[in-house]
Design a protein around this ligand. Structure first.
Ligand SMILES: Cc1cc2nc3c(=O)[nH]c(=O)nc-3n(C[C@H](O)[C@H](O)[C@H](O)COP(=O)(O)OP(=O)(O)OC[C@H]3O[C@@H](n4cnc5c(N)ncnc54)[C@H](O)[C@@H]3O)c2cc1C
Length: 389
């Protein structure tokens, strides 16, 4: 396993739980990538999931959490700050209402949800802005602390027998088309199968695999606030103004910036820029949150987080065996949904390694690396516009 973010740690956990011998290699620390910065929102409502396999995988991963969370918490003693709550997806103008309703049309048969008017919205939460014109109300949402999830998956994998070694993978060991190990500065490590889950840095494996791994870093920032008022009774989000969540540790999370918020040059500048919080994002995120919930003016800023999401050219994750190679799989490109999709990615990769195939979704072709076999170049900014936060 290469990379100890939520995706790599989830794969290590599901493999170790299935009795497979696993070594997880991480160049920095567990949770040193995007997974430490995420909101930890688990929602089926955004624009990222599309009808068919994409929605199936989203539902399947969402369904993992009710069992996975207590399992990890009792094994590791880490409180994941998990909360299952109804959510409101708010519209403050006709543009947002149009976006929400266009998704509602195909999502409604699959998720119990309904459009409610401004009166009903304010009956649920009177402190919301009077500018709100309506919302979708639904009851299949959750949220947790993504860094704690990352730590718990890593520790959980260790407790099930996985080894964690802190070293950077600098190449792959080939035996013809088969990959038989990884190179590190401390020497080669031989293994039966390699899984690349290096998040936004997975692109570096392209020459070693002689196969394209098209992911680019897409910057995201969010804020943690100390708000003196009562916590919100529901999870809030809106297509143009992001999320607003009262966490169970008492802090309020607002954000996030995404593809729409940076110019093309900034958006893919790379990891060093991505890790730097910006004043522009801080002011913009506060403005958007106060638009939705004016009383947030009384809140204090506690922390600003910034990280790099691994974005693929079609904004879908890249999961499965690398064509033309043996014993190597990719688990990357999860963009804005790597926390939500981490558990199911773990299950899918474990299926491929233990059984050679998976039945998690009826058609995996939307996610397989194979779809990029002829990839040479792409305008990633198009994909960046299709994901929300
Ligand atoms: C502001 C923000 C908000 C977000 N909100 C949400 C949300 O609400 N819900 C959601 O589902 N997702 C959310 N995301 C997206 C989510 O964070 C990512 O999709 C997810 O964390 C990707 O996980 P990963 O394990 O692939 O990558 P990472 O967490 O980046 O982990 C990759 C790891 O690989 C290691 N690595 C890299 N190269 C090597 C190497 N050569 N050798 C060894 N180790 C290596 C890195 O050090 C790193 O630890 C958000 C992201 C951001 C930035």
């Amino acid at each position: 396993m290469i990379g100890a973010g939520v995706v790599g740690c989830a794969v290590a956990y599901y493999l170790a739980r299935a009795g497979v011998s696993v070594t997880l290699l991480e160049r920095e620390a567990i949770g040193s990538g995007a997974s430490a910065h995420a909101t930890g929102s688990l929602s089926l409502l955004g624009a990222e999931f599309t009808p068919g396999a994409s929605f199936q995988i989203a539902r399947a991963s969402y369904a993992e959490f009710p069992q996975l969370v207590p399992e990890l918490e009792s094994a590791t003693g880490i409180d994941l700050l998990y909360q299952r709550r109804p959510s409101l997806r708010l519209a403050l103008d006709d543009d947002e209402a149009g976006l929400i309703k266009s998704l509602l049309a195909w999502q409604q048969p699959h998720v119990k949800m309904r459009w409610i008017d401004a009166g009903e919205v304010h009956a649920i939460e009177p402190r919301l802005s009077p500018a709100i014109i309506g919302a979708v109300y639904e009851d299949e949402s959750a949220q947790l602390d993504s860094y704690r999830l990352n730590l718990a998956l890593g520790r959980g994998a260790e407790l099930k027998g996985a080894g964690i070694r802190y070293r950077e993978v600098t190449g792959l060991v080939n035996d013809g088309p088969a990959i038989s190990g990884v190179r590190t500065a401390a020497g080669d490590i031989h293994c039966g199968a390699v899984v690349v889950a290096a998040g936004t840095w997975s692109w570096a494996f392209t020459p070693w695999l002689d196969f394209p791994v098209p992911v680019r870093p897409m910057k995201g920032e969010r804020l943690l606030l100390n708000y003196p008022g009562a916590p919100l009774p529901v999870l809030l989000s809106s297509p143009r103004r992001g999320h607003l969540i009262s966490r169970t540790d008492g802090f309020t999370s607002v954000g996030s910036t995404g593809g729409r918020d940076y110019d093309r040059k900034e958006l893919f500048w790379g990891e060093e820029f991505d890790r730097q919080p910006t004043e522009t994002a801080r002011l913009e995120l506060l403005r958007r949150a106060i638009d939705v919930f004016p009383d947030l003016e009384r809140a204090e800023l506690v922390q600003q987080l910034a990280g790099s999401r691994p974005l693929s050219p079609d904004s879908k994750p890249i999961i499965g065996p690398v064509p033309g190679r043996e014993n190597v799989l990719l688990a990357t490109g999860h963009a804005t949904k790597g926390i939500h999709l981490g558990p199911i990615t773990g299950r899918i990769v474990a299926d491929y390694i233990c059984r050679g195939s998976t039945r998690v979704v009826s058609d995996m072709s939307e996610f397989l690396p194979d779809r990029f076999a002829d990839f040479t170049d792409a305008d990633f900014s198009i994909a960046a516009q299709t994901v929300e936060e």
